[in-house]
Design a protein around this ligand. Structure first.
Ligand SMILES: Cc1cc2nc3c(=O)[nH]c(=O)nc-3n(C[C@H](O)[C@H](O)[C@H](O)COP(=O)(O)OP(=O)(O)OC[C@H]3O[C@@H](n4cnc5c(N)ncnc54)[C@H](O)[C@@H]3O)c2cc1C
Length: 380
């Protein structure tokens, strides 16, 4: 093990932070995770983990558990609003890992949390960093609970609104792309054999297997350039309104299950890219804090897990810390940028479609998705 990094503070216990916690504990590093929430509160809809995400979860030893508690499936069927299949999408299978695994976000988080705890990470819940003094050979931290510590490395995995990123790299503003996602969980349809995406005039609807008994729906829509607030009483009528535009049985038969506004998860979509390098002295930024992408390729969490796997691997190499962090950038920057850029382009085209505009010459949704997902099979 690189004896220069023995003690690491991870800020943020989301998918990226927990993945880094598992990888580093397994590498023999002492890990503390500071999480702002006093108790994890992960919302219940699903998340798509493609083959490259499963490969990264396998490096952490949790891919099989994620597949057992999720719902592995093959390519996604891309359909017209009437249900005619016009193509297939998704990362091709990698070795024993299928193209996709749909899983509840809460279940995935629980699996990662259990593995992080079992690996020996310490948690500081309801706490964050108050001040930090980032030096070439260590980082001194005070926490909001009044305690303090000195670490060989601080990993900022605190999401798109990362406070650590702001402290070290200044203000970055996320970019609202003009689209929103609505999500809702359902009892699984008996004939749901894979993931389906229906492209409509005003929205796009995806139906994704989540467990043996459940699936979830996402709806992508354009609510307005000014990112309007949607009051609670409008969530159900709007959600159902989008569903009604798709006259296929798979969507129509789910409408009556949409009853609880508290279970409609509505999120305007934002991107953010931290300029390279994502490190300074002994602070390194990973996951959404460095490269938040819109979910048009269902790959943001996959990138966060991959960041954690690569960083854990490099920390075990016998390299000086600046070279090690530079090697991290070499392995991560272009790959993450490819996903963020391609997702943004897909989002732009979707917005144009929902606004009734013609797509730019040469725009080809299937080709861009296929190219990008194909590239994700490359080793990390
Ligand atoms: C609508 C939508 C759908 C998506 N679907 C998919 C998908 O299907 N597949 C996929 O791979 N990705 C998907 N993503 C992306 C994925 O959710 C993110 O990329 C992923 O959650 C990033 O993980 P993270 O750990 O970097 O950040 P986060 O998940 O944001 O976790 C950050 C953690 O840090 C904590 N925190 C925040 N601030 C502080 C602080 N100051 N101090 C301490 N802790 C702090 C938070 O409480 C949280 O626990 C989707 C995203 C959206 C918006």
């Amino acid at each position: 093990m690189n004896n220069k990094i023995k003690k690491v503070l991870i800020v943020g216990g989301g998918i990226g932070g927990l993945s880094a916690g598992i990888g580093l504990c397994k590498a023999g590093v002492h890990v503390k995770i500071a999480e702002l929430q006093s108790q994890f509160n992960v919302y219940g809809v699903g998340i798509i983990q493609q083959a490259n995400a499963l490969r990264a979860l396998d490096a952490l030893g949790v891919a099989d558990e994620a597949m057992q508690h999720g719902s592995p499936y093959a390519a996604v069927k891309m359909c017209t609003p009437l249900g005619h299949v016009i193509g297939e999408a998704g990362t091709p299978p990698i070795g024993r890992f299928p193209s996709h695994n749909g899983i509840s976000r809460k279940i995935l988080h629980d699996i990662l949390l259990k593995a992080t705890t079992a690996a020996g990470a310490e948690f500081k819940m309801g706490t964050t960093v108050d001040t930090l003094n980032n030096q070439p050979d260590k980082v001194d931290v005070t926490f909001t609970d009044g305690s303090s510590g000195t670490y060989d490395l601080l990993i900022a995995a605190d999401g798109i609104n990362s406070r650590i990123r702001t402290m070290e790299f200044g203000e970055y503003k996320s970019n609202y792309v003009g689209l929103s996602v609505w999500r809702y969980s359902f009892k699984r349809l008996a004939d749901l054999d894979t993931g389906y995406i229906y492209f409509g005039k005003n929205s796009k609807i995806g139906i994704i297997p989540m467990t043996a008994n459940t699936c979830y729906m996402f709806i992508v829509s354009a609510e307005g350039a000014d990112n309007p607030f949607i009051p609670a009483h409008e969530l159900i009528p709007k959600f159902k309104g989008y569903m009604q535009e798709f006259p296929v049985a798979m969507i129509q038969q789910l409408i009556e299950q949409v009853t609880n506004p508290k279970e409609v998860n509505y999120r305007p979509l934002e991107t953010l890219q931290l300029l390279a390098p994502w490190y300074k002295n002994r602070v390194v930024v990973i996951g959404d804090a460095a490269h938040a992408t819109i979910p048009q390729l269902g790959s943001g969490a996959a990138l966060a897990i991959e960041d954690a796997v690569v960083l854990s691997e490099l920390i075990q190499s016998n390299t000086d810390v600046p070279q090690m962090l530079e090697a991290f950038m070499q392995r991560r920057y272009q790959r993450c940028q490819m996903v963020v850029d391609a997702s943004e382009t897909l989002g732009k085209w979707e917005l144009m479609m929902f606004e009734g505009k013609s797509l730019p010459e040469g725009a080809n949704v299937g080709a861009l998705m296929g190219r990008t997902c194909g590239a994700l099979t490359a080793p990390i």
